[in-house]
Design a protein around this ligand. Structure first.
Ligand SMILES: C[S@@+](CC[C@H](N)C(=O)[O-])C[C@H]1O[C@@H](n2cnc3c(N)ncnc32)[C@H](O)[C@@H]1O
Length: 197
């Protein structure tokens, strides 16, 4: 079975644009076949964005968007928090779209191919992710647990996960590293903020 995170060179291209209206502003994103949530912004991503924007008071941050897809999380935060973004993914088509989307939304940022943190050396004020549930718990825990090595002092890790996709057991497996809190619950999605203990 083909997953949205595999690199299939033979996959046709059918570019389209999708929009996100948030806090009275409209963002446009190029999307295509073979990327996550290609026709509309994922509900979990939207709720996560709203939750971060309701709670994050800092600006001028260095933000890492892990598993960025076409870049909705990093780009929207980059705009509202006036911040730099590094956007990473294993899906090269998604990264290509993300690069275009940074540009058309006037957000300062870079993209990088990286399996979790393999190619990432810096540390960040904020790491955000809507983790790839279909990639399985090992990948999800790799992304969530190893964020600790890429957070600056007082940095925060934000993520969204569905209650029925094992949120509770994943959170249990983060307790040795982070103090976390479920900041919002909406339609079975948990938005979580974690800081290193
Ligand atoms: C649930 S999607 C979220 C996409 C985007 N952030 C959004 O909110 O629409 C998860 C993303 O993680 C990427 N991904 C899958 N495995 C990965 C890995 N090992 N390392 C980094 N990214 C990965 C997928 O290609 C996909 O773009």
């Amino acid at each position: 079975m083909e997953h949205y995170f595999t690199n299939n060179q033979n996959l046709k291209s059918q570019m389209r644009t999708i929009t996100l209206e948030i806090k009275g502003e409209v963002f446009t994103f190029f999307s295509d076949l073979g990327v996550f949530s290609k026709d509309k912004i994922d509900y979990g991503s939207r709720v996560l964005l709203e939750t971060v924007l309701e709670n994050e008071e800092r600006s001028n941050l260095n933000i890492l968007d892990v598993g960025c897809g076409y870049g909705v999380l990093g780009i929207t935060l980059g705009h509202f928090l006036n911040s730099n973004v590094l956007a990473s993914d294993v899906n090269e088509r998604a990264l290509h779209l993300c690069k275009k989307n940074l540009k058309i939304n006037n957000v300062v940022g870079e993209t990088i191919v990286s399996n979790a943190y393999e190619n990432i050396v810096d540390t960040f004020d904020l790491i955000i992710t809507n983790p790839p549930i279909r990639a399985g718990n090992t990948v999800i825990l790799d992304i969530l647990r190893n964020a600790k090595d890429h957070l600056k002092e007082n940095g925060s890790l934000w993520f969204v996960i569905r209650k029925d996709q094992g949120a509770k057991s994943i959170l249990k497996r983060l307790e040795d590293i982070y103090n976390w809190q479920v900041v919002k619950k909406s339609k079975g999605f948990y938005c979580i903020m974690a800081k290193i203990r």
